[in-house]
Design a protein around this ligand. Structure first.
Ligand code: NAP
Length: 499
């Protein structure tokens, strides 16, 4: 692929510098400042330099989005769909390269990086189709001559704020529906993964989005995120990230009146009953807990296991967790890459130590590998605890790393009670051969995404996604549900003029 127009030509071995995308132009931050993006697998690897933006850049981006809003709202849904289709094809043609950059920037394995880029392509294609679906309903009226119908209209300018853990899929599943349904966007990606954001915006810009319809502003939470959510021209904010930031955004949105969508953390259980296929359950619990280095919001962090099989199941879990290959995520044989940052690695290691000191039973991992060059990355060994107290911090709080705790229980009722006794409710799995228990689980579990005999992270892009309780703001992303957030309803009564 040719170097994009906004990159500064780099001498061999030097990292490129990437700008903001505002009003259809790639440009540096007004201050000219940049920040560095380094690979979490090896901090000697400088991925790029990005615009270190501030309030004035946000203001320029919101102004561009506000100016473009009427034109985009009036653009036919078919024309919008065509642009999304074209962006999907552009990104698909770069899937391998962007997937590799994702791995370098975020640290998940190459297979996952390329897979996630493919997911973004799928999402763009899905919303190209969804743009052309019915956007309202026709109703009978009390007056037989009245044409009475509803139509879903865009909100206006939407602020999109995304985390680093799915650095291209999450932006795609917010930005694609926002655009498909006629909104203009100001996008602030996570500071740890700005390159994926640039690659997504490039594909959409090259596909022919008019200037101002999509704007990218990179920079810190305080300098970019905060002014963005406080801007009175922002009609809606869609945010995925931590509960602490989500709580702050609720207060700000209450003041500005912006529509707010929050997708937050999880403490996701996988219940394994005595009648489950244990080989199958083991594979799914390990993969659900450890892939992407445990940094999926839907990752399994509690294995709630029937006491009659808990010892045997845990013994096999220990073997599997110890056998996971930790290393350079760009190498094909690697199963577990680094966590995203040194802060994260230290936080997770600190929580593991605290759990150990309060008597939790450490069965595997718990350390920070430093051999084979791992010392230059943010590595945390896949970690397993046995006999976890469900009320302990380890049993209650999201660690967001490769850490799994086994909680033995006596039967289905206790399993469900333990699974539900957390403030989160994002995803949950049950492993069983008993159809009655599967139905009970689907009915009683407090989670927005429910799996029977498959791992907690599974999520297809064409169905609603989101959590219950503290895991979201009761709204859903993806699938047909996406229209609910990105539009508002207008009810229209048309009577004929008096004869
Ligand atoms: P985070 O620290 O809350 O940051 C998320 C995004 O918000 C980043 O772009 C961040 O910018 C920005 N931000 C932070 N403070 C802000 C503020 N005061 N105002 C405006 N923007 C602000 O979360 P994270 O560490 O990136 O992500 C991990 C969390 O996301 C986990 O809890 C995980 O469970 C959750 N998650 C949830 C889902 C879901 O669908 N439910 C999916 C994925 C992840 P900077 O990067 O510049 O700090």
């Amino acid at each position: 692929m040719a170097a994009p127009a906004h990159t500064m030509p780099a001498a061999t071995g030097q990292a490129q510098t990437y700008g903001n995308y505002i009003g259809g132009e790639w440009r540096p931050a007004a201050s000219g400042e940049t920040f560095e993006d380094r690979s979490p697998a090896n901090t000697d690897d400088l991925v790029g330099r990005f615009a270190s933006s501030a309030k004035e850049d946000v203001e320029a981006a919101v102004a561009a989005a506000a100016e473009a809003a009427d034109g985009w709202r009036r653009t036919s849904a078919v024309a919008r769909a065509n642009i999304l289709h074209k962006a999907a094809e552009i990104l698909a043609s770069r899937q391998e390269q962007v997937g590799r950059e994702l791995t370098r920037e975020e640290g998940k394995t190459l297979k996952e990086g390329i897979g996630e880029t493919g997911r973004a392509v799928q999402i763009l294609r899905y919303f190209a189709g969804e743009a052309q679906q019915p956007s309202g309903e026709h109703y009978p009226s009390m007056n037989p001559l009245t044409l009475l119908y509803t139509v879903r209209e865009p909100l206006g300018v939407v602020g999109v704020i995304t985390p680093w853990n799915f650095p291209i899929a999450i932006p795609a599943w917010k930005i694609a529906p926002a655009l498909a349904f006629g909104n203009t966007v100001v996008f602030k990606p996570a500071s740890l993964t700005p390159l994926c954001a640039v690659r997504l915006v490039e594909a959409l810009a090259e596909a022919g989005l008019p200037p101002g319809v999509l704007n990218l502003v990179t920079g810190s939470a305080g300098a970019v995120g905060d002014p963005l959510v406080r801007d009175p021209r922002i009609a809606g904010v869609t945010f995925t990230g931590s509960n602490a930031v989500g709580a702050d955004l609720r207060k700000i949105a209450a003041e500005t009146g912006a529509k707010l969508q929050l997708e937050l953390g999880g403490k996701n259980p996988a219940i394994v009953l005595a009648d489950a296929d244990l080989d199958h359950a083991l594979a799914h619990v390990v993969s659900g807990a450890m892939m992407s280095t445990g940094q999926k919001c839907t990752a399994t962090s509690r294995a709630i296991v029937d006491r009659s099989i808990a010892a045997a199941f845990t013994e096999r879990l220990v073997e599997k967790v110890k056998a996971l290959k930790v290393g350079d995520p760009l190498q094909a044989e690697t199963q577990i890459g680094p966590v995203i940052s040194e802060d994260s690695a230290e936080r997770i290691a600190g929580e593991v130590d605290a759990a150990r000191q309060s008597g939790a039973n450490l069965l595997a991992g718990g350390d920070r590998p430093s051999e084979n060059g791992h010392g230059r990355g943010h590595f945390v060994a896949p970690t397993l605890f046995g006999d976890v107290d469900p009320a302990s911090k380890l049993g209650q709080e999201e660690l967001f790393g490769p850490v799994l705790g086994v909680i033995p229980v006596d039967g289905m009722d206790e399993a469900l009670a333990v699974a539900n006794t957390v403030r989160f409710g994002l995803s949950a799995s049950l492993f069983t051969r008993d159809l009655g228990k599967a139905l009970t689980f689907a009915r009683e579990i407090q989670a927005g995404v429910v799996h029977v005999n498959s791992e907690t992270p599974g999520a297809e892009p064409h169905v609603p996604f989101g959590g219950m309780k503290g895991s979201s703001s009761y709204s859903r992303e993806q699938g047909k549900a996406a229209r609910d957030f990105f539009t508002q309803t207008k009810t229209v009564y048309i009577d004929p003029p008096p004869a």
